[in-house]
Structure formats: C-alpha cells, structure tokens
Write a protein that binds this ligand. Structure first.
Ligand code: HEM
Ligand SMILES: *[C@@H]1O[C@H](CO)[C@@H](O)[C@H](O)[C@H]1NC(C)=O
Ligand SMILES: *[C@@H]1O[C@H](CO)[C@@H](O)[C@H](O)[C@H]1NC(C)=O
Ligand SMILES: *[C@@H]1O[C@H](CO)[C@@H](O)[C@H](O)[C@H]1NC(C)=O
Length: 332
C-alpha cells in the first residue's frame, strides 16, 4: 500500500508482465478511493478478534482463484471471480461453497460480507467481491505476519455468475497429493514449482480438521511424520473421523497464529500434517527450496507476497459476462 507508484509499475513490468493484464494497481483510486483502506480495517478488526479467521481469508483467496468458472457456452472465464462466495439458490443448488474442499472448513465469509457492506456504503456498485476476497487475503497476510508480508495488489477483477461444486474437486489439490500431482495442479494455473513451494508456507497459520490427515497418524503403517506429533494428534483425533465428529488442530504448533517461515522448519522436522506438505521433501529440487525458505527470514515473506500477486491474477481473462455484485452471496 505504501509502495511508491514507480516501484509498483516497475514490479508490474519486470516481474509480472504476463499477469498484469486487465488488472491495475490503484484500480479504485478514482471510483472508490477508500476501498482498500476499508477492507484492511475490517480485516484488521476480525483478525484481532480471531486470528483463525485471517487464516481462513488467506485460504479463501487461494480457493477462489483455483476454481475456474465457465459461462453457458463452457468458455473459461474467471479464476479469481468471487465464485466461492455464492450461496446455494434454487437456480444453482450446488455452488463451489458446498464442494468438499470448502464445506464445512472454509471460513471468513462474514468478514467479506462486512467489508462489502462498508464499501457499498462508501461507493455503491463500484467494488467487486472478487477484489475484496483478494484484498482481504492480502490484508490477513499482513496482520498475521505482523506487517512483514506487505504488498500492493492490483484490482479490477469482476464477479462471475457461475459457481459449480463439481469444479472444486477438479481443481483444488487434496491433502493426499504427491509432489508430481501438486506440481501439475499449480502448473495448470500458470504457477511454478517455486510458487507452489512458497505458497504452501501459508500452512504456518490456521487449522485443519482431523479428516484431512487421518491417513498419516495411524500406526500401521506409520507415516514419516514425527512420532511425537503423530502421537499427540492421535490423542486429539478419532481413529475414523466423520462429518459430525471431526475435531480441528493447529497446522503449526510452534506459532499457530503467525504467518512466517516456521512452516519450512516444520517440513524439515516432519512436523507437518498433510501428505502434500511432506511431499515437498521428496525431490532434491523442492527440498532445496524448503531449506532455502527455512533459512532466510525476510526472503520467504517477499517471495510469498510476489506469489500471492501472481495467484490473484490466475485466469483473469475477459471482462465479458462479469459484474460487480451488489451482494457477494448472490448474482445480481
Ligand atoms: C499445495 C497444495 C495445498 C493443499 C493440498 C492444501 C490443503 C489444505 C487442507 C486440507 C487444509 C485444512 C482444511 C481443513 O481440514 O480444515 C488447508 C488449510 C489451509 N490452507 Fe491449504 N492447501 C494447499 C495450498 C494452500 C495455499 C496455496 C494456501 C494459500 C496461499 C493455503 C492456505 C491455507 C490456510 C491458511 C489454511 C488454514 C485455514 C483455516 O484455518 O481456516 N493452502 N489446506
Ligand atoms: C461466453 O464467453 C465468451 C467469451 O467471453 C463469449 O464470447 C460468449 O458469448 C459467452 N457466452 C455466453 C452464453 O454468455
Ligand atoms: C461440472 O458440471 C457442469 C454442469 O453440470 C459441467 O458442464 C462441467 O463440465 C462439470 N465440470 C467438471 C470438471 O466435471
Ligand atoms: C503420484 O501419484 C500419481 C497418481 O496416483 C502416480 O501416477 C505417480 O507415479 C505418483 N508420483 C510419485 C512421485 O509418487
């Protein structure tokens, strides 16, 4: 936010040329000057009350971008299009929100509603829900990292009208993925191996339901998880979690509410929950990235910011068929 304009443009041109199309830094500087400040204030309040909501917002930014929407002619339209926010309606009873990667675990929807209400009051009909989701993920990263993850984010996404549950499983990587599958799922969105490793660092905040890693804490056969962590998780989790009996645990026991590079030390110490986290050590190349991110404080934070900007531009293809929703939960 504090970036001088020249630096912003330079970073756009040099680092992200391919992803800047259609999006603009300071997009709302004329149409709704206080937009970004309002979102930041609302997110700041929410994170102070419950840091877990901040984790939810970072995850929401990811999930919105990875699930593509098609229009009626099956033309791919938007990635980061606010489609994750749409509630079920008679016309669309199974939106993304109900997909297994999102329901019941995705959280923070009320914060988006609050930010939207405040922004609508200041400048009705100007600010898209899709942009609010990405600004909120950026701001949650800022607060949870204690200001160390700080970046300008271009705006100009429009809200999509399509949201399909079946596309969540098709595009969001499950925690059981191995390295090849993870790389493939990020590559499909134009994101590199390095982006994948860097963005996985978001698992230094927030929580997980037992069902997302119960395959890794049994004793026969044992996984390569640190046996002490596995034993602690066995005490917290039922052997066979069900929808109605699925407790949560923190992702990073060392600093559960701080977004930092502790995640990579956890990966190296085999103190991570998912197969997908542990998979980062299964190639020499990604293991070297893990060690690099674990070592240097400050560097991962900058790389994370850059990768979040890149992710927030996934499949922003066209303005046709987009809108600025009045209510983030419903198409206009
Ligand atoms: C690399 C592939 C990834 C996989 C397989 C994955 C999987 C998961 C799973 C299974 C959970 C726990 C959900 C639950 O049971 O409650 C989770 C939580 C989380 N994920 Fe990921 N994730 C991935 C990448 C990312 C990325 C790229 C981000 C954001 C940049 C992210 C941010 C988060 C956050 C912040 C949480 C905690 C959410 C909360 O506390 O509400 N993840 N992830
Ligand atoms: C789908 O999107 C494409 C590309 O923007 C557009 O040409 C086409 O008319 C759209 N179809 C419908 C039914 O909206
Ligand atoms: C999801 O369902 C819609 C319509 O029901 C279909 O057009 C689309 O191809 C499906 N997507 C996937 C990934 O199966
Ligand atoms: C990852 O899983 C896929 C699909 O099950 C499999 O084809 C592939 O060989 C696996 N890769 C590794 C490195 O285990």
């Amino acid at each position: 936010m504090a970036h001088p304009r020249a630096a912003i443009w330079l970073s756009c041109v040099l680092l992200l040329a391919a992803t800047c199309q259609g999006l603009k830094y300071g997009y709302y500087s004329r149409s709704c000057p206080p937009a970004e400040y309002i979102v930041r204030a609302v997110v700041g309040n929410a994170v102070r009350q419950n840091p877990g909501i901040g984790a939810g917002l970072i995850r929401m930014a990811f999930h919105d971008c990875f699930v593509q929407a098609r229009n009626l002619s099956s033309v791919l339209l938007f990635g980061c299009d606010g489609s994750v926010l749409l509630d079920p309606t008679p016309a669309n009873p199974r939106p993304e929100k109900l997909g297994p990667p999102n329901f019941p675990s995705l959280r923070g929807f009320e914060v988006i509603d609050m930010a939207k209400a405040a922004v609508e009051k200041a400048c009705p009909g100007k600010v898209s829900c899709a942009d609010i989701v990405q600004f909120a993920g950026r701001d949650a990263s800022f607060f949870l990292s204690r200001g160390r993850v700080s970046y300008a984010l271009p705006g100009g996404r429009l809200d999509g009208r399509v949201s399909l549950e079946n596309e969540t499983l098709a595009f969001l990587p499950p925690p059981s993925f191995n390295l090849t599958q993870l790389i493939g799922s990020f590559k499909a969105k134009g994101l590199s191996v390095d982006d994948m490793v860097v963005l996985s660092g978001a698992h230094s905040v927030g929580r997980s339901h037992c069902s997302s890693f119960s395959d890794r804490i049994g004793t026969a056969p044992p996984s390569n998880m640190d046996p002490r962590l596995a034993a602690a998780l066995r005490r917290r989790c039922p052997a066979n979690p069900t929808f109605s009996n699925d407790p949560t645990v923190v992702q990073d026991a060392a600093s559960p509410n701080v977004l930092d590079n502790q995640y990579y030390r956890n990966v190296l110490g085999r103190r991570v929950l998912f197969t997908s986290d542990a998979a980062l050590l299964t190639s020499r190349r990604t293991a070297a990235m893990v060690r690099d991110n674990a070592r240097r404080s400050g560097r991962w934070e900058r790389k994370f910011a850059r990768a979040m900007v890149k992710m927030a531009a996934v499949e922003i293809k066209t303005r046709a068929n987009g809108e600025v929703r009045r209510n983030c939960r419903l198409v206009n």
